[in-house]
Design a protein around this ligand. Structure first.
Ligand code: GDP
Ligand code: MG
Length: 730
């Protein structure tokens, strides 16, 4: 078949995507060589499409067509002399202004031009909106959006290019750069001069030639001399005379004036076709940053946000927490009444539901915390917080960025450790992971509340604050220590990116929140489930315990005692009196059951382990029961309290009884303090350990973290307890 041939040249700035689009069009059918006489690469390809033989040329990338560099000369000469049927100007749409300069110059040469607004994806991502129809109308040429590296809309571009090549219409002359009056006058004069003077037909349009002569274009002058011989001197002289006039008029070389005017023309186009939300946003962002990252004001505002976040997390979270608690209790009670007494029932209620329930109750807090953090991230405030904290974090040898995981650590260490992925340097990441567990997570709070409530009632708040602070200090000191030993390395300077502030989109915030919440649920769910079953097993076995007291007989005794009491008092026939007797009886029975539970626990595997470990905890002022409670905290810190509740044979809700029981167990304010410090510092929970393993990718760091935190906890608790005793506290 004899197809018609069309030559298409691709012009554009370097990196605008010419070669990418060239490859899209030609595929493998391309020939790579050099432009004659120079080492600039020339790519040419042919392809048959839409019934045409297309010859595609990838011109060298240039910013302009002033003949200063080899590339510019090649590109210009090709367009001028080879007269391709169409020139596709590949425009970097994300850099419209710079790209349009070359495009405008190409437009001045008489050739058919079509614009490809490439990098349309980048432009969109930067918030740039280009009105292609308007641009097309203003310059009177076809405009197509493309995404070269995705091969998007390249076919449309090609079709339009062929259409343009085939169209018989004149190349539009109107929508070109119009220069100021003096220049246009000079152009007109020189144009008529040349048209009168020379019979030789130049391959390029006269207006363009005149403009270049007024710009004193060296290459063009050479061409004219070559083509017209003697006549050329007249033309060049006339051009020089006009140039001189223009220099007098503008006090500047005409080429500079004309360049300025081209940019003015471009600025006008840009104003018409480009709307940018970015520029505005950056200005607004800058103003907001004047306040939010201000040296003095920024910090209190930051503290306020953090405070507000914790307030929201704990006070707002308290409601759904209560509902879930009621739900879990309800399920528990339901199963209690429906299932018949068996080992399985015990496992389900006291193992699985108690264990998983105690964790799921924290889901609302976690979700609210993640919601706030997602909000900080999506608005762009998080990087400002990191920026503010940068100086302080350098005390540990870390960047401000590491502050984010540490902050999240106050909520839950698992997602906190997952956030360290945002840190570029591996050493920074490991260092941050190692110190994050010292940020006292929310699950440890119930332990502090109970112990401070018992022993430091008046100063409970201060003591809890001091413990949190101590955690931060432990993190700072450990950080410094690791940085100067295990994880040596300068904290390389880096530029903190401050992206423009954005209004958060609820949907994306919710998605971020849920993504993290899901991870929490998955990790915690699986790990807690296993852990709960293990703890349940350790405390439920062995089954055949020789109790020191016959609890069953005691319960029968109580029942009998109260039955007679009721019979006696029934004569009085006082409803309320009877009710109080019944309550009294139930309390007595509950006490017996709790005592039985305590003895069961003492004689269980867990109790045995606790007693074995007792010598380890004794120097810290913690008895075997405390030791067992701490051990169960390995699964999740909130279990510490419930274990204590079982071991001290009280019900959690009866805080009075709990306090009495703890005090009667021989615990003192000093040993309570020692225990709280131990809880603060000692080994992270199961889920956190799993996260550490995953994020460091090494068992070595996981075991190191376990060993380091636990030994530090022991040493600190030991020092506080023994030191306190030395100076006569107890
Ligand atoms: P040339 O210098 O004009 O030949 O540009 P190239 O074709 O070599 O492209 C420069 C870079 O831009 C390459 O990494 C391309 O993958 C990339 N690129 C090309 N077109 C697009 C586009 O439309 N969008 C994006 N995001 N990248 C592109
Ligand atoms: Mg290229």
């Amino acid at each position: 078949m004899n197809h018609k041939s069309i030559t298409i040249a691709l012009a554009g700035n370097p990196n605008s995507g010419k070669t990418t689009i060239f490859n899209c069009i030609t595929g493998t059918r391309q020939k790579v060589g050099n432009w004659p006489g120079v080492t600039v690469e020339k790519k040419e390809g042919t392809v048959s499409k839409y019934g045409y033989n297309l010859k595609i040329i990838d011109l060298p990338g240039t910013y302009s067509l002033t003949p200063f560099s080899v590339e510019e000369i090649i590109a210009r000469n090709y367009v001028l002399e080879e007269c391709p049927d169409v020139v596709i100007v590949i425009i970097d749409a994300s850099n419209l202004e710079r790209s349009l300069y070359l495009a405008t110059q190409l437009r001045e040469i008489d050739c058919k031009v079509i614009f490809a607004l490439n990098m349309a994806d980048v432009a969109r991502a930067r918030g740039l909106k280009i009105d292609a129809d308007k641009l097309s109308e203003l310059l009177d040429l076809p405009v197509v959006f493309t995404v070269g590296n995705k091969n998007k809309d390249i076919d449309i571009l090609l079709q339009k290019a062929i259409e343009l090549a085939e169209s018989k219409s004149e190349i539009p002359q109107k929508r070109k750069v119009k220069y100021s009056k003096d220049i246009e006058n000079s152009i007109a004069k020189l144009q008529s001069f040349i048209e009168k003077k020379i019979a030789v037909k130049f391959p390029y349009n006269t207006r363009w030639m005149v403009i270049k002569l007024l710009e004193d274009d060296r290459i063009l002058k050479e061409h004219i001399v070559q083509k017209t011989g003697n006549n050329s001197q007249d033309i060049i002289q006339e051009a020089q005379a006009l140039r001189k006039k223009l220099v007098d008029r503008f006090d500047e070389e005409p080429e500079i004036v004309m360049t300025d005017e081209r940019y003015g023309f471009i600025a006008g186009i840009i104003k018409e076709v480009l709307t940018t939300s970015t520029k505005n946003r950056i200005d607004i962002s800058r103003n907001i940053d004047l306040v939010l990252t201000h040296r003095f004001i920024g910090f209190p505002i930051f503290i306020f946000f953090i405070w507000a976040m914790f307030q929201l997390t704990f006070s707002l979270g308290a409601y759904p927490m209560e509902w879930i608690g009621i739900g879990v209790d309800g399920i528990s009670a339901l199963l209690e009444s429906f299932l018949s007494e068996s080992l399985l029932k015990d496992l389900v209620i006291n193992g699985i539901i108690a264990g998983v329930g105690s964790v799921i109750i924290f889901l609302p807090n976690i979700l609210i915390l993640f919601f706030c953090i997602a909000l900080f991230e999506d608005t762009g405030y998080m990087s400002r917080a990191a920026f503010l904290m940068d100086k302080i974090m350098h005390l540990i040898g870390l960047h401000g960025k590491s502050f984010i995981p540490m902050l999240m650590g106050f909520g839950c260490n698992v997602p906190a450790i997952m956030t360290t992925r945002t840190l570029e340097s591996k050493k920074d990441r490991i260092l941050t992971i190692l110190i994050t567990p010292f940020m006292s997570c929310s699950a440890k709070l119930p332990v502090y509340i109970i112990l401070t409530g018992t022993f430091f009632s008046a100063k409970a708040g201060t003591v809890i604050f001091a413990i949190y602070l101590f955690g931060v200090i432990a993190a700072v000191v450990s950080g410094r220590l690791f940085r100067s030993t295990l994880l040596r390395g300068a904290d390389a300077p880096f530029v903190m990116e401050l992206p423009p502030y954005r209004a958060p989109m609820l949907k994306s915030v919710l998605i971020h929140m849920w993504d993290r919440g899901k991870m929490f649920l998955k990790k915690m769910g699986g790990v807690i489930l296993i852990g709960s079953v293990v703890i349940w097993f350790l405390s439920a076995f062995p089954r055949n315990i020789q109790y020191s007291v016959d609890y069953a007989a005691e319960i029968v005794g109580v029942n009998v005692l109260y039955e007679t009491k009721i019979k006696v008092d029934a004569k009085v026939d006082d409803r309320s009196c009877m009710q109080s007797i019944e309550e009294e009886r139930d309390t007595a029975i509950r006490k017996i059951k709790l005592a039985q539970d305590a003895e069961k626990m003492e004689k269980s595997f867990m109790g045995h382990i606790g007693k074995k470990l007792a010598p380890l905890f004794a120097p810290l002022g913690i008895d075997w029961r405390g030791g067992v409670a701490l051990l169960t905290g390995f699964v999740a810190k909130e279990i510490v309290v419930s274990t204590m509740g079982i071991l001290y044979a009280v019900e959690e809700e009866e805080s009075d009884a709990f306090q009495k029981a703890i005090i009667s167990s021989g615990m003192t304010p000093l040993s309570a303090l020692s225990m709280m410090l131990f809880v603060l510092l000692y080994l992270p929970c199961f889920a956190t350990i799993a996260a550490i393993k995953r994020e460091t990718g090494s068992l070595k760091w996981m075991f190191f973290s376990i060993a380091y935190t636990t030994s530090l906890a022991w040493v600190v608790a030991f020092s506080v307890y023994q030191g306190g005793r030395l100076i006569g506290l107890n």
